[in-house]
Design a protein around this ligand. Sequence first.
Ligand SMILES: CC(C)(COP(=O)(O)OP(=O)(O)OC[C@H]1O[C@@H](n2cnc3c(N)ncnc32)[C@H](O)[C@@H]1OP(=O)(O)O)[C@@H](O)C(=O)NCCC(=O)NCCS
Length: 301
Amino acid sequence: MRASDVPDVVDAVVRDQRIANEANHCIDARVDRDTLTDSFRRRPTPTWVARDTTRLRGHLTAATLTRPSGHVSAWISPDAVSFDDPATLGALYAAAGAEWLAGGVDDHQAWVYDRPDAREPWVELGFALRFRRGSLDLSMHDVADWPPDYDLRRGTLGDLDLSMHFNRLLDDEEHAGPTFARPEPLSREETEETLEEPETIFVVVEQHGTPVAQCIAFPLLPVRGAHPRTLHLSAVVVEPSYRGRGVATAMLDRILAEARQSGFEFADVTWRTANLGAAAFWSAYGVTPTYVRLQRRIDRD
Ligand SMILES: CC(C)(COP(=O)(O)OP(=O)(O)OC[C@H]1O[C@@H](n2cnc3c(N)ncnc32)[C@H](O)[C@@H]1OP(=O)(O)O)[C@@H](O)C(=O)NCCC(=O)NCCS
């Protein structure tokens, strides 16, 4: 990419964000052109562009991130790619991917709009679905009746062991099939830090004093496509023997009704696509998919 390509690349990102918003109002259309222009001018990693004689056909770049395990991945954010057609994406990825591989980066991850035209060209290139993000418009969300015999309370730091228990339940379930994930478990210190944050909403549901579910929610940090007043839902877990009774639905209804009163407009959640129970639950709960994260790990043996 030359400096003269930057305005066209920024136009492509702005256009794609507008198209995404028109297809799904849960995706925020706003893009700050100046900030984006600046970030493309200062990117420490290269950006590839495809052009014909008259115009930009696409662009591709990635940030390289080192995980705690030492493994380096190339991360392609929604701003980092545009393409007119799958062949253009293929040509861009051939050039960019070769350079990433030459630098030892064989794990390639892409967050893209969850629409067939944005997602499927990556699948054709060998990328696989890993995570899906979705949003709820709180102004359009109905609230179910609270189930009798259950109580909801705010969790405290005294519930740290309980929260670790629920987090382990989720990790163990995702470690098993069909997900077969190897989540890096949240440490006690990290969980404690989250619970201590004044903006964290930590909720526990009990039946006759026995804890049966938790949710940890917090304001979503600014991220492309998310509306400014968005509550991020995480660690939604119900004890296995209490599932299928509407506990998670009732718990989230309460949290979201209160969140709406305190000024939140949207809620946002991310789940592993292979966690079929979670996928079915979020779909039944009315969450609209917004983005997917795809991954390709290139085996060079
Ligand atoms: C996902 C989870 C929180 C759902 O909790 P729950 O209290 O059982 O959910 P509800 O009873 O409120 O379910 C509401 C609806 O969601 C759907 N649903 C929930 N779990 C489902 C499952 N395993 N398979 C298919 N549909 C499911 C159903 O349509 C259900 O309505 P119905 O019972 O009238 O058919 C719970 O299964 C759980 O803790 N799973 C493990 C942890 C996890 O994966 N959390 C999500 C992390 S992103």
